[in-house]
Design a protein around this ligand. Structure first.
Ligand SMILES: *Cc1c(COP(=O)(O)O)cnc(C)c1O
Length: 433
């Protein structure tokens, strides 16, 4: 029988005293929860900074820009931290554009990805002068040309290549297979470059690739980057200068100690350096999860233990509306008691209060025996946690707190009931469209 997590073999970005998870970024979590309540998202700013530093160090000597994928965690305080560290943004909507600008990320460090950009969104992004559009279809390319021409500006564009590579990750977070909706084939991209002179208001001089998320092996990256590199060499030969290559995001993190072995930033950058040897232009990266996932945790209390016919249910006060990944992707998150009281291990199905069987964080999980009121940590929730939260079951959005060297700052207060229903109204004013 294996322990649910090998705490002693794999270092975690978490301060531990003996086997407790009491301290995070030197903040005493039980005391914090007394002030803030649960469920509570906490983010270690030092852990985020360490990740940025690791990536910047690995990239030394290259002309690079890290564009943080805002969708991973769009909290303004996180974006401010990115801005201060010189990190740009990869956005997929005008809402994210406004957040990034609001947080102080300059437009010239913002790239715009996504298959569904409409003319209004493109106009908004052109207006503020973002760095580049990652274009995902020919129709979008023509829309960009039309909108840029109307604004009398020249838009900078990269074509998002779908390299038809299997990222060996969960199907719902795989994006680089030909069956996925993202990007275009190299054959189609080649035709865009051949005709690029016909685009008076689009400067097509970039390549972009993003094959998926939570990737734990170098092979899919190597394969994708080599395909992109071969295409870049071909384009240069054909007289199409490439000024920027964007390698996307996708670096995996440790959700399950002792099982997930994330790629080292230096090894990842080594693969990029090798594939793009001789490339003189600018390198863009779009990490999301890598920068914030392990910096975040969700604090939750046990509501009760419910014995079932076949299984025991551990009912938490956090639910799928606070953290969707387990129900959406069957994702594993390590779950640990904040204070280990040396109780014997037992097996639980760990669930939330939402009225859905899918509101399950873990099935058959081994955990020290719990009691109502115990404080638990769901680990590595900093990415695609709060940013995917909803108010399903009319549960207000949880509070979010930034931690740093023993102190904390509220970066999103717990949503009030009135805020949750703001904008709703009785059907009183009936009109004909
Ligand atoms: C989501 C996304 C990213 C970030 O992916 P991670 O796996 O979080 O690093 C980067 N680029 C694009 C285009 C994306 O859609």
């Amino acid at each position: 029988m294996s322990a649910p997590m090998d705490r002693n073999t794999t270092p975690a970005p978490l301060s531990k005293t003996n086997s407790d998870f009491r301290l995070f970024d030197e903040v005493d979590l039980p005391l914090l929860v007394e002030r803030m309540g649960t469920p509570l998202h906490v983010y270690s700013s030092n852990t985020i900074r360490q990740r940025i530093y690791a990536l910047h160090s690995a990239l030394q000597g290259l002309d690079t820009l890290i564009c943080y994928a805002v969708k991973a965690n769009a909290n303004l305080a996180i974006l401010q931290l990115m801005a201060k560290a010189g990190v740009g943004a990869d956005i997929v909507s005008v809402g994210e554009l406004r957040r990034a600008l609001n947080a102080g990320i300059p437009a010239e460090r913002i790239v715009f990805s996504g298959v569904g950009k409409n003319a209004d969104e493109i106009a908004g992004a052109l207006n503020v002068g973002i760095l580049r559009f990652n274009v995902e279809s020919h129709d979008e390319l023509l829309t960009l040309q039309r909108v840029a021409s109307a604004q009398e500006v020249v838009a900078s564009a990269a074509v998002r290549i779908n390299p038809d590579v299997d990222a060996q990750t969960h199907a719902k977070i795989s994006t680089g297979k030909s069956e996925n909706k993202f990007g275009v084939s190299i054959d189609e991209a080649r035709r865009w470059f051949t005709a690029r002179k016909s685009l008076s208001h689009v400067q097509l001089d970039g390549l972009h690739v993003h094959i998926g998320s939570q990737i734990l092996s170098l092979d899919p990256f190597r394969c994708a980057f080599e395909r992109v590199a071969a295409f870049w060499r071909e384009l240069e030969q054909a007289g199409h200068p490439i000024r920027s290559i964007d390698v996307g995001g996708g670096l995996g993190v440790c959700y399950r100690e002792g099982v997930d072995h994330p790629i080292d930033a230096a090894d990842y950058v080594g693969v990029i350096r090798h594939a793009l040897a001789g490339y003189q232009g600018r390198l863009l990266l779009e990490p999301g999860r890598y920068l914030v996932a392990e910096a975040g945790m969700l604090l939750t209390r046990v509501v009760r233990i419910k014995p079932g016919v076949e299984r025991q249910f551990l009912v938490l006060d956090a639910a799928m509306n606070d953290l969707q990944r387990p129900s959406l992707y069957d994702a594993w998150h390590d779950i640990v008691p904040v204070i280990d009281q040396g109780r014997p291990m037992t097996t639980y199905d760990i669930v939330g209060p939402v009225c859905e069987s899918g509101d399950t964080f873990a099935r058959g999980r081994e955990l020290p025996e719990c009691e109502a009121g115990d404080l638990l940590l769901i680990r590595a929730t900093g990415a695609y946690g709060a940013s995917m939260a909803s108010t399903y079951n009319s549960r207000p959005l949880a509070a979010e707190v930034m931690l740093q060297n023993g102190r904390y700052a509220v970066v999103r207060r717990r949503q009030h009931f009135e805020e949750m229903i703001a904008g709703e109204q009785p059907a009183r004013n009936w009109e004909t469209p």
